[in-house]
Design a protein around this ligand. Sequence first.
Ligand code: GLN
Length: 516
Amino acid sequence: MTDSVKQEHQKELFGQPIGLYILFLTEMWERFSYYGMRALLVLYMTTATIGDDRGAGLGWTSKEALALYGWYTMLVYVMSIPGGMIADKLIGQKKAVLWGAIVLCIGHGVLVLTDIWAFYTGLGLVILGVGLLKPNISTMVGGLYREGDIRRDKGFSIFYIGINLGSLLATLIVGLVVAEWGWHAGFGLAGIVMVLGLINYLYGQKYLKHVGNFEPSTGGENEISYGQLYGKLPSSPVQLTVTLILLALSAYGWYTLGWGYGLLFAFLTAITALLMMIYKELDTQIYKDRFLVLLLSFIMVIIFWGAFEQAGGLMNLYTETNTNRDLFGWEVPTVMFQSLNAGFIIIFATIIAGYWAKRKLKGKEASSLFKMALGIIIMGFGFLFMVFAVMEFEKSGASSMIWLVLAYLFHTIGELCISPVALSFITKLAPVKYASLMMGVYFAATGLGNKVAGIVGESASDFGEYAIFLGILVFTVVVGLLFIVILKPLKRLTHGAEDNERTMNEEAEGFELADN
Ligand code: GLN
């Protein structure tokens, strides 16, 4: 097809639909605002109210700050479930992304104000905005390609690089802006770039005509609404019993841990009930097994992010307080260490994807489940360097920056083995009509991982950093190995979903080596 007869939305750039670059840039600016603000959050909360040259902070203890950080980073992703549902059932992904972007602009704008109400309101709006935008923009990327389109995998890796470009720019620039003009200028910058993201998204609509549109349910005989699924719960004894037990536990959680946990557990109970009913209603054993193995893989996702997300919390504080950040007479701002992860992703993303593709071609083990388990182990090893850092700190009063660099390097290689792999695994295994919901559940699993990270990080004030870093190292390596031990039966549950990828990978590799 020549360009002259192509519609705007069919035009290509470097072999990819132009829509991909629109989504790439929108997500890049969104991630800039998210990670820029995230990098400041714990430091802002723990800075004294009399302030330093960055202005007044909130004067909270590390424990209090890490607790809020854990709730915040969890809710941001847990809201992906309602975000996905709203898109599926009410407005479509394209409008959900638009509303998400608008709410994010307002949220970051409110954070520029110094009052405490503005702080909480701003965080709340950012949580809603990300919940609407993040899962749906990922699904829209998938929507740019027809089924079996060879460009899809590469499109997703380009998109993942966009995510990390945003994160890299944010952590490089926001640190400098805060050092120069103070905390609220940093928050304001996050707001400005989100406006850029919104403008870019609006401008790019002509390239996105065919994706993310709301498609009302056809009402066909296989069509079943969430309401109908819940309606069948009372006549499903096993599912009902599990739901009631979980509800009782939620009530107990409310009573013992407070309303926050109570509400969270109740919400998760409702989602678990829905997932159980979906499982029950799936047509064939193949669909059921694939659904199950997908959910089992989400256990790895929770554990991975639970350890990995120490980055913005405990490791961030450790960098600020225990690390010698002197680089040839210049003190590297703490926030800048958050750039290492994104920088390493941009460097290693294609190398690691290429490595796995080659391995697969040679007929060696390269299943998604294997990569994910290995990802946990590699990331866990990163904590060995944090153990060394604490040992050095205890001996000499400050630890070297090199430990952090090595820790983040291993964390990133682990992330590249699990995170993009999991996204593609979802698109391979999720039943088509529940694909958005499963994307939402996946992001919620990463959110729960964030919460676990907060809880683990908080407990450092009781157990000490050495015990925490060593504990994470041992736990993650053991869990990763355990998944490798049960790999065969787990793979059986996928019913060969990845078996026909040989040619896809061959072609994809040709793409990597020969294109452009
Ligand atoms: N770093 C990735 C992103 O920002 C992964 C986040 C996640 O899955 N929790 O998109």
